[in-house]
Design a protein around this ligand. Structure first.
Ligand SMILES: *[C@@H]1O[C@H](CO)[C@@H](O)[C@H](O)[C@H]1NC(C)=O
Ligand SMILES: *[C@@H]1O[C@H](CO)[C@@H](O)[C@H](O)[C@H]1NC(C)=O
Ligand SMILES: *[C@@H]1O[C@H](CO)[C@@H](O)[C@H](O)[C@H]1NC(C)=O
Ligand SMILES: *[C@@H]1O[C@H](CO)[C@@H](O)[C@H](O)[C@H]1NC(C)=O
Ligand SMILES: CC(=O)N[C@H]1CO[C@H](CO)[C@@H](O)[C@@H]1O
Length: 359
């Protein structure tokens, strides 16, 4: 007898956002709303045939861009709205026939701005049951600007190098990437604060333009699944705002000193500038020498877990959008490949498999 690919929903069961087995990641506020691109949740569900999310009134209007991956497959783009959204799972029968025993569903906001998804309810088919999710042993924390956020990509952060590298290593990720943000705590391109301030907050700088939540609150780092590796990419906007190299160095060292109180021994990687390539083959490298100097100064202070990643030559004219010089889709993939190779040479191996067994 043929087994239908998707079972008929007899009745449903409602899971509230406080359910202890929802695996949240990224930055959520106390009303269960996301900030910072890449924030989201992972569910491991037994007997799943239907999934809906009910989102609150403060969800980004007219919709919030969300990436969806089922069983660690590629991410697809969804636009979710306030109210109830049926999530297209496309569940297919297993090779042995029948529905998969359990599924891992990953959902994350992916826009470069306007990333408020307020979770009110998760609605599963009757009989479906949330199981514990075992996270990866690797967990990457990225801190950056538009070059890390995937600004101008149709799938935003889900197409950007931090996310791609995390996927390659089968690592959990948290990405605090603020387009237009200087590292220096000053107004840059409409951002009320610099990354060296906002990183420690729950909200990204979008709070300033959000009439529903026009304030910012401290982030409780105990809520994070602790990172095993920390990456910082910053400086492009400070350079545009004429912050001197000496000043950026001071700010960078102060920022790393603050990070060390949270991440005492994790490797911290300072990602150098791949610069702004030109059509004639030349590349403008902002803060040339400054990033390696920051790392040298930290090392001199006794920091044994600080590394400079030289990205010069990683990005050429074909890797960027010609009008705004941000990496394009193949450009982000190209950066991710080179960073992966760099990390492997450094000694980090991708996990062989994700620990939560599905199927
Ligand atoms: C969604 O939000 C809009 C604007 O606030 C509101 O008019 C509409 O009723 C909401 N829809 C649902 C289903 O909550
Ligand atoms: C589900 O299938 C539709 C149609 O083939 C496709 O557009 C969509 O990307 C699929 N979604 C997922 C999550 O694979
Ligand atoms: C948010 O608050 C600031 C003052 O702190 C004000 O300048 C700004 O206009 C407010 N924005 C919104 C959207 O309410
Ligand atoms: C930075 O300096 C350049 C060259 O002096 C100037 O044209 C530009 O307006 C300055 N930018 C800012 C934001 O001050
Ligand atoms: C270390 C350094 O260069 N600090 C300078 C940063 O910029 C301010 C002016 O905005 C100077 O007063 C500091 O001396």
């Amino acid at each position: 007898m043929a087994v239908p690919a998707v079972a008929v929903i007899a009745s449903s069961n409602v899971v509230l956002p406080s359910h202890p087995l929802i695996w949240y990641h990224g930055r959520w506020d106390s009303s269960r709303g996301t900030w910072w691109t890449g924030s989201g949740l992972t569910l491991h569900v037994e007997g799943l045939s239907s999934l809906s999310l009910q989102l609150g009134r403060k969800t980004t209007q007219p919709s919030v861009a969300v990436g969806l991956s089922v069983n660690y497959g590629p991410f697809t783009d969804l636009k979710l709205t306030n109210g109830t959204n049926q999530i297209p799972l496309n569940i297919t029968a297993t090779p042995r026939g029948g529905l998969p025993r359990s599924l891992v569903i990953r959902l994350n906001v992916q826009g470069w701005q306007n990333n408020n998804m307020y979770l009110e309810k998760i609605i599963l088919n009757n009989g479906a049951k949330i199981l514990p999710y075992a996270p990866s042993r690797l967990s990457f924390q990225f801190i950056g600007d538009s070059l890390s956020a995937g600004q101008y990509l149709s799938n935003g952060v889900d197409g950007a190098w931090p996310f791609l590298v995390a996927e390659t290593f089968k690592a959990e990720q948290s990405i605090q990437a603020q387009p237009g943000g200087c590292l220096t705590d000053q107004v840059c391109w409409g951002n009320a604060h610099g990354i060296s301030y906002q990183f420690f907050r729950t909200e990204d700088n979008g709070y300033y333009y959000n009439p529903n939540h026009n304030y910012t609150t401290p982030w409780d780092f105990h809520k994070d699944y602790p990172p095993t590796h920390v990456f910082i990419e910053a400086g492009a906007n400070d350079n545009a705002y004429n912050v001197s190299g000496a000043n950026l160095t001071t700010t960078y060292l102060g920022f790393i000193a603050k990070l060390r109180r949270i991440y005492p021994t994790q490797p911290i990687f300072v990602v150098g500038a791949w610069g702004w390539p030109d059509q004639d083959g030349t590349v403008y490298y902002y803060y040339d020498g400054v990033f390696e100097d920051v790392v040298a100064k930290r090392s001199a202070l006794g920091d044994k877990h600080i590394y400079f990643i030289d990205t010069k030559g990683w990005v050429g004219w074909d890797d960027i959008f010609s009008d705004n010089k941000h990496p394009n889709t193949p450009g982000h993939a190209h950066i991710a490949e080179q960073l992966t190779a760099w990390l492997q040479k450094w000694g980090l191996k991708p996990q062989k498999s994700w620990p939560t067994v599905v199927g």
